[in-house]
Design a protein around this ligand. Structure first.
Ligand SMILES: NC(=O)c1ccc[n+]([C@@H]2O[C@H](COP(=O)([O-])OP(=O)(O)OC[C@H]3O[C@@H](n4cnc5c(N)ncnc54)[C@H](OP(=O)(O)O)[C@@H]3O)[C@@H](O)[C@H]2O)c1
Length: 297
């Protein structure tokens, strides 16, 4: 049975992806930051009762030491077929930081996944890797969100608060930029693993029904419901169920590598994402930053 790791597997896209992988007879390692919540989340889903080919493991991508422990703890595994870097966060308001003091959006969405992938590749010959990005990585995307702005790694990891600018706009920019880093990383990884692994980035589309960016205020819940209804009506929204089918297809059937997929087709990503010098810089500086933090401990 082929094994796949799915990060952020207890919610939204990650949960549906895990479920469909079980049905396709893969063994799924559900890597979740809150394992109790994950056990609760799967209770009502039939596939998890019928197919026992999964395990829930603790992984907090906001903590480099924990990422290392997660990989070290995979002692029973002799082979690993695939990895789906799905976990993601966004927030509004005061800047938030990972356990290592990195701005949280960059730290979880890019740096945590980057480190996880490096450590896994030291141990296993992965054959399929999918990195979940977003249409918002592309500044040309028509959305009211702030735009992605690629910077040096230290500037993305330790951003200065700009007092003249709305905080929400600054954190929106962090999110879009982290999703650009996802595409840059996917392309560079595909180049480095050419002939060995199929690596692709994927845009799951706008999925208002997941927990993404959710706050428990009535306004937020009402707004999301309305967005879901309007989005479904006008075709700009989708569901995690539909998008998860495409993620699974990238694992089961895809033979092309180094592409950015939307639904089941490769499409063009942003101009910046094809800049190989940026991709190499992101790779090298991410490595340096991780080494500095790890050596400090
Ligand atoms: N929803 C959308 O409209 C949309 C659009 C484009 C792209 N995406 C991307 O799709 C992916 C999945 O998002 P979703 O919509 O399914 O959102 P979701 O329901 O909020 O799921 C996100 C998952 O990431 C996990 N996570 C967050 N921080 C983590 C950490 N430090 N360590 C480990 N796991 C962590 C969450 O765990 P907890 O349950 O513990 O919080 C959750 O399982 C994300 O990468 C997102 O950027 C979403």
């Amino acid at each position: 049975m082929k094994t796949i790791i799915v990060t952020g597997a207890n919610s939204g896209l990650g949960l549906w992806t895990s479920q469909y992988l079980l049905e396709e007879k893969y063994f799924v390692i559900m890597a979740c930051r809150n394992t109790d919540k994950a056990k609760e989340d799967i209770k009502k889903i039939k596939a998890f009762q019928e197919h026992k080919n999964f395990v829930i493991k603790h992984l907090d991508l906001a903590d480099l030491e924990n990422i290392k422990s997660f990989v070290d703890g995979l002692t029973e595994l002799t082979e690993l077929h695939g990895l789906i870097c799905n976990a993601g966060i966004t927030y509004e308001g005061e800047f938030r930081y990972t356990k290592d003091g990195i701005e949280e959006t960059f730290g979880v969405n890019h740096l945590g996944h980057f480190y996880l992938t490096q450590l896994l590749l030291e141990k296993f010959s992965l054959q399929k890797i999918v990195i979940i990005s977003s249409a918002l990585h592309d500044p040309a995307n028509q959305s009211p969100f702030e735009k992605a702005v690629y910077k040096k790694v230290l500037d993305m990891a330790y951003p200065q608060i700009d007092k003249s600018r709305n905080l929400a706009k600054q954190t929106q920019e962090f999110y879009c930029t982290s999703k650009l880093c996802n595409v840059l990383f996917a392309y560079e990884l595909a180049r480095r693993l050419k002939g060995k692994a199929i690596v692709n980035a994927y845009n799951p589309g706008f999925m208002p029904s997941t927990n993404f960016g959710r706050t428990q205020t009535i306004t937020n819940l009402f707004f999301r419901k309305a967005l879901y209804l309007i989005g479904s009506l006008f075709g700009f929204a989708t569901t995690p169920q539909k998008s998860a089918r495409h993620v699974v297809r990238l694992i089961t059937d895809e033979t092309e590598s180094g592409k950015y997929f939307d639904n089941d087709k490769p499409v063009k990503s942003s101009t910046d994402s094809y800049d190989e010098s940026k991709a190499i810089e992101l790779w090298q500086q991410s490595e340096q930053l991780i080494n500095t933090i790890v050596e400090r401990k």
